[in-house]
Design a protein around this ligand. Structure first.
Ligand SMILES: Nc1nc2c(c(=O)[nH]1)N[C@H]1C(S)=C(S)[C@@H](COP(=O)(O)OP(=O)(O)OC[C@H]3O[C@@H](n4cnc5c(=O)[nH]c(N)nc54)[C@H](O)[C@@H]3O)O[C@H]1N2
Ligand SMILES: Nc1nc2c(c(=O)[nH]1)N[C@H]1C(S)=C(S)[C@@H](COP(=O)(O)OP(=O)(O)OC[C@H]3O[C@@H](n4cnc5c(=O)[nH]c(N)nc54)[C@H](O)[C@@H]3O)O[C@H]1N2
Ligand code: SF4
Ligand SMILES: [Mo]
Length: 723
């Protein structure tokens, strides 16, 4: 019998509502849920074709152990006993910091895993946690901490009420957006224009999203000069809300002084945005009745992501566009996660490393992983829901060598990906179809969304018998190490017992449901059961009216004032921005490399889906101007080189690209993926061989990797002629 079940897609932050037809524990069809309270029938092809991932014949469904290059299936008890023994021997010899964790993007979408991962590592005394958060967004969490007092006080643009919105370095129509919830982004941006407002895209590529609104090319990694000049122009015009600043903020003079040298003309020398264009944008921003700003991954991945976000938030704050309807708002989740995160030993800003690089929102810099292993500081590593081999800077593929040096490498994954290939064990994890859940913390607990809502879903499918959820893995290990979870011996005992009994006839406690229910109940919301029964398409919560943050105790700095001039940012701006500007001016004729997200690919993880990936390779996208200069025709091969490595791939020529910029879709390069046969036959090349890792290439304030705006040389390839 076919049954229709409701859930939400967990592949990207749109969390679209889905209707799934299930027959004999297999997906028969996936459709958008037209009644979902926010996504409203919106969906993309990655969601509707998820069956090709879910039912892939290549999925790992039992724990696997590698000896040499041979893999064998083993029992969970054997796997966890052997792994625990190796962890113990590493900790006994080198201390707990020698045993680390690396979590990928899907780990963030999982509500349970971060809680249990954090508890386990805290319990054994290791803060050696890395993740691809330092490839997309730790700069924002750093800014939130310094300006608002907690990493999780995260503002979002009030898209549905704004009259002017400027977006730097994002492409929500393809990415599904990041850090605030925006399914149906195209309609929502069109709504701004229908209301008589404006949408402005600042991007080195005329992206799909920019079909709605206006677009300005910007040279990659120069946003800091644009934003500094934008901010300075506001000071010059004295377009400040002085009363609000005096009452709710501090250190405005430090901000003013920092940006004082940045004129519209000066930024125009390197950004490609003319002085007149900038001035007109400032006019429009100030004139709008509610103006919102947003920046995302493309800017975060530059060399000044933290400074850019500081400037962006400050522009919003000083002009009175912060904490007002139509501007940028601070949401309220069903619990005050930001308050909890403020002093949380895992989530608060920490300096746990032997160098001075920070741990931001629980993550050390991913771009330090190879160095930390090769220096002997890390001897054992769990990689959860990630594929660092392709995702992080990996110059000349040195990460392969580094990971090979580990005494213990465990991959917790659905598949044996390129990183899993190097592991000693692979532990098979449940998919989001196989576990109960709620949209991730920023949605549910931080309220980072213009359309607040609650959603809970039960599992849609039963996992294969040998597959487990991440919380279970960490809880079983906590049991073996005598770690008390959640600070309560009694509750910890219940959790461990539940884990021990999972998979047996007595496994009747469903831990995720119990915890989600508890959180809902504590916050006065319907419990898990009634969410499913009474609100199967989600429960829409009241809109954020604004005017509920500034001047209140929700500002979590010591004096409850927003800090417009955090000393570390002011000092870094003074020290770094001028030399960066000189560097830009000296290299204006150099090509710069950026990434490109594609609608059918989710980072490294859709590569093995025959229903999603048909191309055998990725391409280097360049403008006709550069094609002519380099004598290239469509699909000719080019060598793209940085000082670190060189890759060869075919070009596509499009006037979407700014001259002087090459975009290469990242997270390809599956030549060695013998656990992913379709991916291996459609390999492409890994652009992150060109990116730099190590101390010199890490943004010092936030640990962000430098993945966008990398200077490269391009020449026609004499290795391969044409595709
Ligand atoms: N040049 C360049 N490089 C980039 C980027 C860029 O823009 N440019 N983007 C960066 C960004 S933002 C990110 S986040 C990273 C992405 O890289 P990663 O964070 O590593 O994420 P994915 O490649 O999506 O996922 C890796 C693995 O997670 C597994 N997986 C999926 N869901 C689950 C789950 O629920 N549980 C478990 N245990 N496993 C699961 C998949 O099978 C897959 O093998 O790449 C970064 N790399
Ligand atoms: N289809 C699909 N969806 C995804 C993913 C995926 O791989 N595929 N990955 C998911 C993940 S992990 C994340 S973090 C989110 C990211 O979601 P977004 O933040 O929307 O990221 P991107 O789509 O990479 O958009 C970044 C944009 O920045 C531009 N850019 C590059 N450098 C610069 C610069 O220096 N300045 C400016 N102003 N712009 C620049 C690029 O041209 C690009 O359009 O997407 C998620 N959704
Ligand atoms: S936009 Fe696509 S990938 Fe993202 S949640 Fe919706 S269906 Fe899933
Ligand atoms: Mo990401």
């Amino acid at each position: 019998m076919t049954e229709t079940r409701l859930t939400f897609c967990s592949l990207c932050e749109s969390f679209c509502g889905l209707e799934v037809d299930v027959k004999d524990n297999r997906i028969a069809d996936i459709r958008p849920d037209p009644e979902h309270v926010v996504s409203n029938g919106y969906v993309c092809v990655k969601g509707t074709r998820f069956d090709s991932v879910q039912h892939s014949p290549d999925r790992i469904i039992e724990p696997m152990k590698r000896t040499g290059d041979k893999w064998e299936a083993i029992s969970w008890e054997q796997a966890l006993d052997e792994i625990a023994e190796k962890i113990r021997s590493i900790i006994d010899r080198d201390g707990p910091q020698a045993f680390g964790n690396f979590v990928g993007a899907p780990g963030g979408a999982n509500l349970m895993s971060p809680i249990f991962r954090g508890e386990f590592y805290k319990g054994i005394g290791s803060s050696r946690m890395y993740g691809t958060g330092s490839c997309d967004t730790t700069n924002k969490f750093r800014v939130n901490g310094d300006m608002y007092g907690s990493a999780m006080r995260l503002a979002y643009p009030d898209v549905d009420h704004t009259q002017f919105m400027m977006i730097l370095g994002a492409n929500p129509n393809v990415s599904g957006n990041t850090l605030y919830h925006l399914p149906r982004s195209r309609d929502r941006f069109a709504g701004i224009i229908e209301r008589g407002g404006r949408v402005v895209w600042i991007n080195p590529r005329r992206v799909e999203s920019a079909r709605t609104g206006e677009h300005f090319f910007i040279r990659p990694d120069t946003d800091v000069f644009f934003l500094a000049a934008f901010c300075n122009e506001i000071f010059r015009r004295d377009a400040l809300d002085h009363e609000l600043i005096a009452r709710t903020m501090k250190n405005v003079d430090d901000l003013k002084e920092a940006v004082a040298d940045w004129t519209p003309e000066r930024q125009a020398e390197v950004t490609g945005i003319t002085a007149d264009a900038l001035l007109e944008l400032v006019d429009a921003y100030l004139a709008a009745d509610g103006a919102a700003l947003n920046m995302a991954t493309g800017v975060n991945q530059g060399r000044s992501g933290t400074l850019c976000y500081w400037l962006l938030e400050s522009i919003s704050a000083i002009t009175g566009n912060f904490d007002r309807r139509g501007g940028n708002l601070i949401g309220e989740g069903i619990i005050d996660f930001a308050l909890q995160a403020k002093d949380d030993p895992v989530l608060k800003l920490g300096f746990h490393r032997s160098d001075d690089l920070p741990t931001v929102s629980g993550q050390q810099p991913a771009a330090m992983l190879a160095d930390d292993i090769l220096s002997g500081e890390v001897r054992g590593l769990f990689v959860e829901a990630s594929n660092p081999m392709l995702a992080v800077p990996n110059p000349g593929n040195r990460l392969e060598h580094a990971l090979g040096e580990l005494e213990l490498l465990v991959s917790i994954d659905w598949f044996r990906n390129e990183t899993g290939n190097l592991a000693h064990y692979i532990l098979p994890a449940a998919t989001w179809m196989e576990r109960p859940g709620m949209p991730y913390a920023l949605q549910s607990f931080v309220g980072c969304t213009p359309t607040p809502y609650l959603y809970a879903a039960d599992k849609v499918l039963d996992p294969p018998p040998g597959v487990r959820e991440e919380w279970w893995i960490y809880t079983r290990l906590a049991d073996k190490f005598g770690v008390t979870l959640m600070g309560s011996p009694m509750f910890s005992g219940i959790l461990k017992l539940a884990a021990r009994l999972t998979g047996t006839r007595l496994g009747f406690i469903n831990v995720p449901k119990m915890l989600i229910s508890g959180m809902l109940k504590q916050s006065g919301q319907p419990n898990f059961k009634s969410m499913l029964k009474d609100h199967p398409h989600g429960l829409r919560l009241p809109d954020n009216p604004g005017n509920n943050f500034l001047g209140t105790d929700r500002v979590l700095t010591d004096d409850a004032l927003v800090d417009l001039g955090p000393p570390d940012f002011v000092a870094a701006f003074k020290e770094r921005v001028e030399p960066l500007f000189d560097d830009e001016r000296a290299n204006l004729d150099k090509m710069k490399l950026i990434g490109k997200r594609e609608i059918k690919r989710m980072n490294t993880s859709s590569a093995n889906s025959p229903r999603l990936v048909k191309d055998k390779t990725n391409y280097a996208y360049i403008s006709p101007v550069d094609a002519q200069r380099l004598g290239l025709a469509e699909r000719d091969y080019v060598d793209v080189s940085s000082p670190l490595d060189s890759i060869t791939l075919p070009v596509r020529i499009t006037d979407e690209m700014m001259p002087g910029v090459v975009a290469i879709p990242q997270c390809w390069g599956h030549q060695k993926a013998d656990g992913l046969p379709h991916a291996q036959q459609h390999p492409g090349v890994n652009s992150n061989f060109l990116a730099g890792d190590g101390y010199a290439n890490v943004e010092k304030l936030s640990g962000m990797a430098h993945l966008s705006g990398i200077p490269v040389d391009m020449v026609r390839s004499d290795r391969i002629a044409s595709a």
